[in-house]
Design a protein around this ligand. Structure first.
Ligand code: PEP
Ligand code: MG
Length: 325
């Protein structure tokens, strides 16, 4: 199996009807970078910066962060890397920093809510990212944005740091791309205000599933209760995909569902052209892409969207089997 996927590395991720799909990798540790080149991924679609923070006993300072982010960009060898700012709280606890006395940590003081309330931490991280990306492209993504005002606020903090570095005479990145995660449903109802402000959007299907269905992502008792391949979730994401296309904003999906071939097939059918997945999923997803005829799947999927089904998975699985996907 490994050998088969190794051969796949240099083949394009293109569907049978000629649609190119970006397949990127999720990463969080420097170690993950070794898989970037051996897998043939197009880049890092989600670099979870909190993972190195969690592995330490105190917050890393600007120099330590700069060195780490520079190494990541060096090892990516020019492939794009999307750095997501600190996304702690909820299921990701920083023992030295994060209070864990909340009744509902998933809905609590977490992620962008923390970094907007503690802008010094955010500013240090953005400063390190700007320095690490001197003379090359920088992509920054903000997590858990629930409303446009939060994105505007985060962007202002970034602009302060850009101005500060300029004043200090630092070499700036050649280009700065700013994006947001879409993982809180409320944001999908502000897309006309949001999309003119961002270069890209990435759907975090893990948290989005949690919030759309009000189902704890870490509770095994209800883990199987709702399926992201349900009419509601697919319609929701199709709306986001339509809007992003209308505004010419790059859209990807970086939650776990993007790495499951049947789910990825469905995402492609609603217009998503970029998937960021865990390294072991790259081969299986690429295999699916290369066997898929999107033009055949799209009308079939649309015929299912008004269904009363709990999950469209059985029907989509049958489609995949019938069509050799
Ligand atoms: C997500 O929520 O889908 C996501 C990609 O982010 P994380 O799993 O790190 O919360
Ligand atoms: Mg998330």
């Amino acid at each position: 199996r490994r050998a088969i996927y190794a051969k796949l590395r240099d083949l394009p991720a293109e569907t049978r009807d000629g649609i190119s799909i970006g397949i990127l990798m999720n990463a969080g540790l420097l170690l993950d970078l070794q898989h970037l080149h051996e897998s043939g991924a197009d880049g890092i679609g989600l670099y979870r910066t909190e993972l190195p923070f969690m592995a330490r006993s105190a917050l890393p300072n600007v120099d330590a962060q700069t060195m780490l982010y520079r190494k990541i960009l060096d090892q990516a060898e020019g492939k794009p890397v999307v750095f997501r700012t600190l996304d702690v709280g909820g299921d990701k606890v920083l023992p030295y920093w994060n209070p864990s006395d909340e009744d509902n940590p998933a809905l609590g003081w977490r992620s962008i809510r923390i970094t907007l309330d503690r802008p010094a931490v955010m500013r240090q991280q953005l400063r390190a990212l700007l320095r690490a990306a001197a003379g090359r492209e920088l992509s920054v993504m903000f997590p858990m944005i629930a409303e446009v005002a939060e994105l505007v606020h985060a962007r202002e903090i970034l602009d302060i740091e850009i101005a500060r570095e300029k004043q200090l005479g630092g070499v700036p990145p050649t280009r700065i791309r700013v994006g947001t995660m879409l993982e809180v449903p409320a944001l999908a109802f502000q897309l006309d205000a949001l999309l003119p402000l961002v270069d890209f959007v990435s759907i975090g299907s893990n948290d989005l599933t949690q919030f759309l269905f009000a189902v704890d992502r870490g509770n095994p008792r209800i883990a199987e209760r709702y399926d992201p391949l349900s009419p509601s979730m697919i319609c929701f994401m199709r709306h986001v995909a339509d809007k992003c296309r209308e505004y010419g904003v790059h859209l990807s999906v970086c939650g776990e569902m993007a790495g499951r071939p049947l789910d990825a097939m469905t995402l492609i059918a609603i217009g998503i052209r970029s998937l960021s997945v865990a390294a072991p999923a790259i081969g299986p997803v690429k295999t699916m892409v290369r066997s898929l005829d999107v033009g055949v799947l799209v009308p079939y999927l649309h015929s299912l969207l008004d269904a009363r089904d709990h999950s469209l998975r059985p029907k989509l699985r049958s489609f995949a089997i019938d069509h050799g996907v």
